[in-house]
Write a protein that binds this ligand. Sequence first.
Ligand code: GDP
Ligand code: MG
Length: 748
Amino acid sequence: HPSAPSLMMNAHFASVGEDASREEYEHGIQVIDEDKLFNQNLGTYLSVEKIIPAGFNYHLISVFGSQSTGKSTLLNYLFGTQFGVMSEQERRQTTKGIWMSKNKREGSDRGMAENILVMDVEGTDGRERGEDQDFERKSALFALATSEVLIVNIWEHQVGLYQGANMGLLKTVFEVNLQLFVKDSKTSPRSLLFFVIRDHIGTTPLANLQNTLVQDLNKLWSTISKPNGLDQSRIEDYFDFAFVALPHKILQPEKFEQEVEKLSTRFREGYNDPKKSGLIDESSLPVFLPQYHRRIPADGFAPYAEGVWDQIVNNKDLDLPTQQELLAQFRCDEISREVLIAFDEKITPLEDKQADDARAGKPAVIPDLGTAMNAARSKILKDFETNASRYHKGVYQRKKAELESKVDGRLKALFQKQLSAAHKSGVETFSNAVSGAVKSGQKKGASYDFAQIVESEKKKALEKFEAEAQAIVVEGAPWSTFQHEISLYKKELDEVSGRLRKEEMRRLATRVERWVRSRLDESIGLEFNKLGSGRGGSGAPEHGDRPASEKDLWDRVWTIFTETVQDAERRFTDRAQSFDASTDEVEVGLWRLRRKSWGVLRAKIDEEVMEGNILLKLRENFEDKFRYDEHGVPRIWRPTDDIEGLYTKARESTITLIPLVSRFKLSKTSAPPPLDAWIGEAPASVSPADEEDLSPIGGVDDDEGKSLEEEMTTISDAKQADLLVRFKKTADGVYVEAKRSAIGGMTQ
Ligand code: GDP
Ligand code: MG
């Protein structure tokens, strides 16, 4: 099997120092040297001669013939090359091997084809000199594998010498051709054998010489062994023939030059004409027919030639389709690497930026990423196609797919990281915008519409994300869709909205609680203040005609409390519904509100029954009862008055207030208010976070170990006893004062 590594050399074609190289390659390049080594600089040479970018627009001609038949001389005249020519004095053989040179007469107005490369195959008459038939065969193989036109250079006097060296050479060419192409005959290229007959004296017309040669060729063809099934094949099936005769260069130099000039014009582009295959006998027909072209792209010629030579020189079976596939793989990989350089230049900095941002934990949206990705992708695929599509179709398609998947892998990563940055920043912007709008709404004191703020910010956030995603869609890349990402984004916006709504609910709850506190502060304070007034029914607690202010204290407190909270609940519900809070959320909010309101009330009561406060109220209550008569007129004490009796009555009446204020009881039932029922069961959807800041309530939270009775106790028994003692002291003071004033009044 052909070895791939031989193609892996000569990868890059130097472009530096071209002027120096031009001089170095004045005489062309020795492609194969006398030791059968392949020249590693062939690529450089083709680059210096500007052949590399030519694609298929180049031609290759090889010249065969015996030593010293003027081959190099002819080429130098035809193509302005400087191949080594044997000096007429010395007659020594010039360097062996295969030389190549570009046509130097291109551009003159002879209409020659562009980019003609000529190979001068030296030393191909080993047979005559009894040496190195091996090289003859190898160079024939090499020339056939690469060249469109084989010029066979012979002296006129050699024509018809069937046993001559030329026939040996041609036999080799035919055999080699069968070996190379015939097994794949459908696609095998034809070749043109162009006989140049030298030193044509003119006595024998060219037509006769041509006939003789054709007969000899047919005879030769019949003698070579052919593969099975090809016994009947004709030489014309594989070769086209052309003939030209040139005058003697030394004897008729001017005529020689004229004819060479004429000959040079035939090296122009021709077109395939099915009627004209076989013998190209008209002396002015172009020689470069498309069907002769070996279809090796110019930029792949050097590695291809090297691979072919490697197979030949190692006596391996030279299989051109395989060579072309190997070449295609090699070149496609090389072209991939080349086109990736420009891609990397554009894309790597963007990848680096994303990586840096990610490391810093700040993924950012890269502006114009879409433009950059689209430009880089279409450029790299186009560049690859331009250069690589000339190679073996199957390999090209496969390598193109490989490149595309490599490129798309990287672009997709960019695409997705950009989407995720857009997602992150979009969510953040959304959250900040909503909070900001709420804050500024609060600052203005105006009631703001939370639901509407969320709605409009969500719309903005979605539009922005969609625009950012749309901007990075890569044309022709089926992976660049973002439907899924958009739905994830929507979902997160909804989650954030939910969170923000919860916060808004908390803010609302705080506002409503504050409102409850200020209402209760005032109204409950007023109820307790009423205790300070003992008038309106003084003196007969034993008859049960206590003033309403005393008897119904807790009924009124409970009513005020429940009505206030009911009012607050209504406010809370209305507002919460305006921003689409769920029934569950509202339910939890109300439950919390009731519990917190109870705490507010309880604190207010504690404040009212604080020792100093309640003592003051008791004293006022007592004084009212003691110092005013039933008509509310202040008493002027006289010694005859039953001060002691009035004092005792008033004191006892006031004393009964102490147990009254010490327990929160409804008068109808003499039982605590139904706080547990009123607060209700915790809703099923209560979360631990919802309960975090709630204080336990006795009788409501069973596991608190505190009963409703205890929850409703405002003053403990011990405190009551203490209060009683202190109150009595105060009352005693008032009594003593009254007594004194009665006596004082009398003495005056
Ligand atoms: P090559 O070995 O086939 O490349 O032959 P060269 O080009 O080196 O020429 C060999 C010799 O033949 C040189 O001395 C040339 O001057 C001479 N020569 C070149 N062209 C002709 C020709 O057309 N006729 C004759 N008689 N001699 C020629
Ligand atoms: Mg020569």
